[in-house]
Design a protein around this ligand. Structure first.
Ligand SMILES: NCc1[nH]cc(CCC(=O)O)c1CC(=O)O
Length: 313
């Protein structure tokens, strides 16, 4: 192979991630040329509406995947968090590099932590998961919708005079913006989204040359955690507008998966956890999803999940 074309969104974070993968590939393959195919996606074009109202997270990846299928690019680099549990026939997640910090981070212009916030403080986020988790702990907080790329959200936090905003630590670190973080919130307090902090590197299943190039970027611990998280997601994704969190760690051959489904206003949160051997990662994810469904998550999905064919706006 002489040239590899990487499809990416044009946001600063997406470009950082694509360039990062490009350097990893070039380091390992002297002489290899890597170019970026920059694309704007539906998710980037509807920045004013809440993500849940314009159709959920698949929006950021569909057009990029189509470029791979059409042969306009050879590799796609996504935030795994933005990827749905199923993607088109013919594409695979060829490599998952070692996970960056999976935690949520509170960024307060006044230097506050969440515990310091006065009653009624305004916190910015457009994530249903983050709103649900915040409101469950602090029903007094007012959640203000905050969309746009990472820099835009930090700027809006100041412009709207919010007490702070919740963002992914991974995105802030990658962009060198982690000095805005006033509190990295422990996983046990703000359970991360499935795949948070992980880069999903996709290519065509039939493209043996590209798969061979990507294989060395793979991290086994990350893969095994993601296997459990995404199996959990796959069982629950039916309603993609429901607050959902899933996070797994792997230690001594054991996968420890925690999951949560809740109402957007935090008035009900169903949590659970499972532990078991790595080869059973998928089964563990499915078992946790089934357990949560039987303990009330099914009702939440029925009440709040976007039904097939429902309008997006
Ligand atoms: N939906 C936006 C998005 N997708 C991935 C990340 C952060 C990087 C990551 O989780 O890998 C972000 C920004 C955020 O949530 O603050």
């Amino acid at each position: 192979m002489k040239t590899v074309r990487i499809a990416t969104r044009e946001s600063p974070l997406a470009l950082w991630q694509a360039n990062h993968v490009a350097s990893l590939l070039k380091e390992r393959n002297p002489g290899l040329e890597v170019t970026l195919v920059k694309m704007s996606t539906e998710g980037d074009r509807f920045l004013s509406a809440p993500l849940s109202a314009v159709g959920g997270k698949g929006l950021f990846v569909k057009e990029i995947e189509q470029a791979l299928l059409d042969g306009r690019a050879d590799v796609a680099v996504h935030s795994l968090k933005d990827m749905t549990s199923v993607f088109p026939e013919g594409l695979i997640l060829a490599a998952l590099p070692a996970r960056e910090d999976p935690r949520d981070a509170f960024c307060s212009p006044d230097g506050h932590t969440l515990a310091m916030l006065p009653a009624g403080a305004k916190v910015g986020t457009s994530s249903l998961r983050r709103s649900c988790i915040l409101r469950a702990r602090r029903p007094d907080l007012e959640i203000v919708s905050l969309r746009g790329n990472v820099q835009t959200r930090l700027q809006k936090t100041r412009d709207l005079q919010l007490a702070g905003a919740m963002l992914a630590a991974a995105g802030l670190k990658r962009l060198g913006l982690d000095h805005h973080i006033t509190q990295v919130v422990p996983v046990a307090e703000s359970l991360p989204a499935v795949g948070q902090g992980v880069l999903g590197i996709q290519c065509r299943e039939a493209d043996a040359d590209v798969r061979a190039l990507l294989q060395p970027l793979e991290d086994a611990l990350t893969r095994n955690a993601v296997r459990a998280e995404r199996a959990f997601l796959a069982k629950l994704e039916g309603g993609c507008t429901v607050p959902l969190a899933g996070h797994a760690t792997v230690e001594d051959g054991q996968v420890y998966l925690r999951g949560l489904v809740g109402r957007p206003d935090g008035s009900l949160v169903v949590r659970g956890e499972v532990k078991g051997p790595v080869p059973e990662a998928e089964r563990l994810g499915e078992a946790l999803a089934e357990e949560l469904l039987s303990r009330g998550a099914g009702d939440i999905l029925r009440d709040f999940g976007r039904r097939e064919g429902a309008p997006r706006a």
